[in-house]
Design a protein around this ligand. Structure first.
Ligand SMILES: [Fe+2]
Length: 175
């Protein structure tokens, strides 16, 4: 006969231990997906910061349109940043979320300082940045797909659409 479950008041240790994660993806695969998401997250943050920086500092004849375009992009990226981070948590891992960790993980090179009047260089760096994010997300998507991690695949599919569209729109300004 099955034992009657004890209540928390009978056994205070009952509530103390969280069950292990058991979502049908092996721990090894969860780790691989989470690690690839950490790089994608560091890239996403680096691009977010660069886009916001250019929103602040742009001057010149393109000020109004690019100030607004960059704002639309960084606002969207900020929301996605949270989504990627929380997916890492759902897979069982802590989120790297400090400047040190982002700098260590990101695939985006720091780049040269941009003159605030040089809107073409700002736009060029954001094309390159959006494409770097797309590459790290695409890599993570492949790893998630191999692991059968559909929620991560779904999230990254949406992110790729956005970054590839951003890259196209920004590139068009330079053509
Ligand atoms: Fe603003």
């Amino acid at each position: 006969m099955a034992k009657t479950a004890k209540s928390l008041s009978e056994d205070p240790n009952l509530g103390a231990k969280a069950p292990d994660i058991d979502i049908g993806i092996s721990e090894k695969d969860r780790e691989k997906v989470a690690n690839s998401l950490m790089v994608a997250l560091a890239d996403a943050f680096t691009l977010y910061l660069k886009t916001h920086n250019f929103h602040f500092n742009i001057t010149g004849e393109m000020f109004n349109s690019l100030h607004l375009m960059f704002e639309t992009q960084y606002n969207e990226q900020w929301m996605a940043f949270d989504e990627i981070a929380e997916r890492i948590r759902a897979l069982g891992y802590n989120v790297p979320a400090s400047y040190d960790e982002f700098q260590r993980l990101t695939s985006i090179k720091p780049g040269t300082k941009v003159a605030h009047t040089d809107w073409r260089e700002m736009v060029r760096q954001l094309v390159v940045g959006n494409e770097a994010v797309a590459r790290s997300q695409r890599k993570a998507l492949g790893i998630a797909d191999d692991a059968g991690d559909d929620p991560t695949v779904d999230m990254l599919t949406q992110r790729l659409k956005v970054h590839e569209k951003n890259a196209w729109m920004l590139r068009s300004l330079l053509q």
